[in-house]
Design a protein. Structure first.
Length: 300
């Protein structure tokens, strides 16, 4: 039986940890996005998010992008599609959805992301084992129960709105982006890929941003907006997307997607630590189920 190399063994542990880090950062992104939705139009939030991300990434990736430019040109189609899905559309759709639906609905729809990622990754050649599927089911049940607070009545009586369709579209674009990462050639480094997609996605977003300025007017920067924008630009974009992309390259989109189920656990913990929100026994049990499901599903 062939032995696993030290590099491969490192990846088996490092991949889930990187996916965990990205998921933790994105958990804060949902809270920040809800705050910015009241003061900045969604398209403008998304545009400045990626401008800030570009500024953050460029010093570390510009030289590498110049070196990798021949490969980037050869795979321009992959860069454009990845940028459209992961940069131009994904978070813009979330910000639009947040204006017309509840945070509960957003979280419930986002809970389906790992399953969609796994389905698309399957068509990209990733296998789905019984153990992995079992872990996904356990985690999904835990997420849905946590969101509904253990009440089937509350789940059935949820009011679905137009914003839910935007969130469904956002979920689909993120899943497609994650599955597509498998096609990134080794001749393009992670930082180069990140900078190329960020720049391309921002350029595609620019015309919509111009329309938003003309129709809605520009927002006035303040202490209440600059800090959150820096968070979603530097942490949720530059750092989280790099760690997520690296995680997918190490363990595949399906296993990384299973770790994504931990997002509501992070949100609940942040709410408890930051604002003292009470955590009930049913929530603790649900979080335990989610963690168990992730641990089972993310195994090799």
């Amino acid at each position: 039986m062939p032995s696993t190399s030290p590099v491969s063994r490192l990846g088996l542990w490092l991949g889930p940890l990187l996916a965990l880090g990205a998921t933790a950062i994105w958990s804060g992104n949902f809270v920040v996005a809800r705050h910015l939705g009241d003061v900045i139009p969604p398209v403008q939030t998304s545009f400045w998010r990626w401008v800030i991300a570009l500024v953050a990434v460029a010093p570390f990736a510009a030289r590498g992008l110049l070196r990798d430019w021949p490969a980037v040109r050869r795979h321009a189609g992959l860069i454009v599609v990845s940028a459209l899905l992961g940069v131009t559309l994904f978070n813009t759709l979330i910000y639009i959805a947040g204006q017309s639906t509840s945070a509960t609905n957003l979280a419930l729809i986002a809970a389906a992301s790992p399953a969609v990622i796994a389905a698309l990754a399957f068509f990209e050649g990733e296998r789905m084992t019984v153990v992995r599927a079992t872990g996904m089911v356990i985690a999904f049940v835990g997420v849905v129960t946590l969101i509904s607070k253990g009440s089937i009545t509350a789940l059935l009586s949820m009011d679905f709105r137009a914003g839910d369709l935007w969130m469904l579209a956002a979920m689909a674009t993120f899943a497609a982006y994650s599955a597509l990462l498998k096609r990134k050639p080794s001749t393009i480094s992670g930082p180069s890929f990140l900078l190329a997609t960020f720049a391309t996605g921002t350029v595609m977003l620019a015309p919509v941003y111009a329309v938003s300025l003309a129709v809605q007017g520009a927002f006035t920067p303040s202490g209440a907006t600059v800090g959150p924008l820096l968070y979603i630009g530097v942490a949720s974009s530059a750092i989280a997307f790099y760690t997520w992309n690296k995680a997918v390259s190490l363990i595949g989109a399906t296993r990384a997607g299973i770790v994504y189920y931990l997002q509501p656990v992070f949100v609940a913990c942040v709410a408890y630590l930051a604002i003292g929100e009470h955590i009930t026994l049913i929530q603790i049990l649900c979080m335990g189920a989610i963690i168990t499901g992730v641990a089972v599903g993310a195994k090799r």
